[in-house]
Design a protein around this ligand. Sequence first.
Ligand code: Y39
Ligand code: FE
Ligand code: FE
Ligand code: FE
Length: 228
Amino acid sequence: MQQLVEKIDFQSEKYKDAYSRINAIVIEGEQEAHDNYIQLAELLPESKEDLIRLSKMENRHKKGFEACGRNLQVTPDMQFAQEFFSGLHQNFQTAAAAGKVVTCLLIQALIIECFAIAAYNIYIPVADDFARKITEGVVKEEYSHLNFGEVWLQKHFAESKAEIETANRQNLPLVWKMLNQVADDAQVLAMEKEALVEDFMIQYGEALSNIGFTTRDIMRLSAYGLMP
Ligand code: Y39
Ligand code: FE
Ligand code: FE
Ligand code: FE
């Protein structure tokens, strides 16, 4: 498939300014994903080995994206990124402290992984050559993280359904807010908001379907909080 992409000036001040925030979001996201899988390993001792393996992958992803920033001579705005993730971070911590493993899995292994997969899929065709190779390697692994969440929640679907619905209501609106916050910077990187929303909906809808939700449930759950 050939794509028509206008030539992107990866060295322009405008590109590098937007990249300082998007790159930071991705680095912070990978760091938090690493921490979240370590916490999940404690909550799910029977899956400890798998979850520690996932946490190590997230740490490698973080290093890869740090290299992408260095390659463009961009300093990531980590303060911005921490604030960007603060809502989801707080909700994950509250759930973990209460031992709510279903909520933790929904936030990290479903919502955040789908957000990452959508963002990386949309970024790959418009990335610089260095970042494209890194991101192609990373996104393959993100699918395996999403798969871990799907398999676990599918196995425990009956007793998890109500908690998934509640956690979805509490967290999906945050994702739409985050997407809106980053839309202008994403546009500078030639990533369209509509494409990000579409890819997220596809990934998340497929995940909910694999877990056991009906089409009707999926429509209701995946669009929750999308419209103001
Ligand atoms: O599981 C993971 O590796 C996910 C933590 C990484 C989060 C990536 C967040 C991507 C949002 C970027 C938005 C750009 C438009
Ligand atoms: Fe990752
Ligand atoms: Fe991941
Ligand atoms: Fe896609």
